[in-house]
Design a protein. Structure first.
Length: 379
């Protein structure tokens, strides 16, 4: 059947609302889909207020048939990415589509043409809208909902992307960690020896004192930007971007899951995990704020899993074994705070050998979901 593709106005609140709301068209009967928060998506796509767009641009496209959106896509440029990696890679994101190859092809053609007009020579995705946000297409592990800040999509999306001429760029792995399988006696002994040797203290993030919270956010940014700067695709988070995230963090964070490793009183590393609020978001079918708040305050105690988002140590402490303390600490904290189902560690680059070995051997993790990034050269 005929369809049309058009570009939306990123400055129009009604166009942005329609672009976001269109996602509901593709998951009506999917029990594993977690509806996004409308408010969060609007903040993410707000080109005036989201500090990401101070160094990035975005174009939104929709495919329509008989007045209904049957596909959508965003083209994204990220100046900070291009400066960091000395390339001309643009991105696609927020992709949704009916199972019709011509519709998918038309959407990708629009995104590619726009990126080409912006001087890009490669398109990569999906990222929504950056590598510091939701990343990757789910290609394996469709039998459960995504955890907080991870993606979910129908299985046929991979075929649409493959048929549109994209090739795999990198796989991202998600590990599931069970409490009962998590630790070994060797880990217990090792972490205690390292604590003693380096006079290590472990301190939780402070969510109550605004001055200390501000310092803790700075510590997170410092470790994140330094510890991961050599990783493939990594782009440093800016001061304004992490400031924007701080308010959202306060609402959902558990201070027991965000902690700092200090050596003789000096910052050495940090561990960052979040309760899996998708366990309550999945009940909030309309994605409204009031519904979210209701479920958060009435059902928060039912959250029994978490997501490990990042952990890292500063370069001067690498190979000191401080990571063993982080691995040890999280088990006790998870048990004490009711996350008895365990947690997901994600995402991990498939070729990050050290991290994959640590998750497999030190934490007895099992890969249970795989996400994929795709590339295509722009002619």
């Amino acid at each position: 059947m005929n369809f049309t593709v058009r570009q939306l106005d990123v400055h129009s609140s009604s166009d942005i609302h329609r672009f976001i709301r269109a996602q509901w068209n593709f998951y009506k009967n999917d029990p594993h889909w977690v509806p996004p928060m409308m408010m969060d998506r609007k903040k993410l796509l707000d080109v005036k207020k989201n500090p990401f767009y101070k160094h990035a641009r975005i174009a939104l496209f929709v495919a329509e048939r008989n007045g209904e959106i049957i596909g959508r896509i965003a083209g994204i440029t990220n100046e900070n990415h291009n400066k960091t990696h000395q390339d001309k890679v643009g991105f696609f994101g927020f992709f949704e589509c009916v199972n019709e190859q011509p519709v998918a092809n038309a959407l990708f053609d629009q995104a590619k043409a726009w990126l080409k007009s912006q001087g890009m020579d490669t398109i990569r995705g999906p990222v929504n809208p950056s590598m510091n946000d939701e990343v990757g297409l789910l290609v394996d592990g469709f039998d459960s909902p995504a955890v907080v800040l991870m993606t979910y999509n129908p299985p046929y999306y991979a075929q649409l992307i493959d048929n549109a001429g994209f090739a795999k760029s990198k796989d991202l792995l998600a590990y599931w960690l069970k409490i009962e399988d998590y630790q070994s006696e060797k880990l217990v002994r090792l972490q205690q020896a390292i604590r003693d040797r380096y006079q290590v203290t472990v301190r939780n993030i402070n969510l109550k004192d605004s001055t200390q919270f501000r310092k803790d956010i700075e510590s997170i940014k410092k470790v994140y930007n330094i510890a991961w700067e050599k990783n493939w695709g990594f782009v440093k988070i800016t001061d304004e971007e992490i400031d924007a995230m701080a308010g959202d963090l306060k609402m959902i964070a558990d201070p027991q899951l965000v902690y700092f490793i200090e050596v003789r009183g000096e910052l050495a590393g940090m561990f960052f995990a979040l309760p899996d609020i998708n366990q309550i978001n999945i009940r909030n079918k309309n994605g409204g704020l009031l519904g979210f708040l209701w479920h958060l305050f009435t059902k928060k105690k039912h959250i029994n899993a978490c997501r490990i988002i990042t952990m890292g140590v500063l370069p001067e402490y690498r190979k000191s074994g401080l990571d063993a303390i982080m691995y040890y600490e999280i088990k006790d904290r998870v048990i004490r705070n009711g996350y008895h189902r365990g947690g997901e560690a994600s995402w991990i680059l498939e070729d990050n050998i050290a991290m994959n070995q640590a998750l497999t051997h030190a934490m007895n993790g099992v890969v249970y979901k795989t996400y994929r990034l795709y590339d295509q050269s722009l002619p």
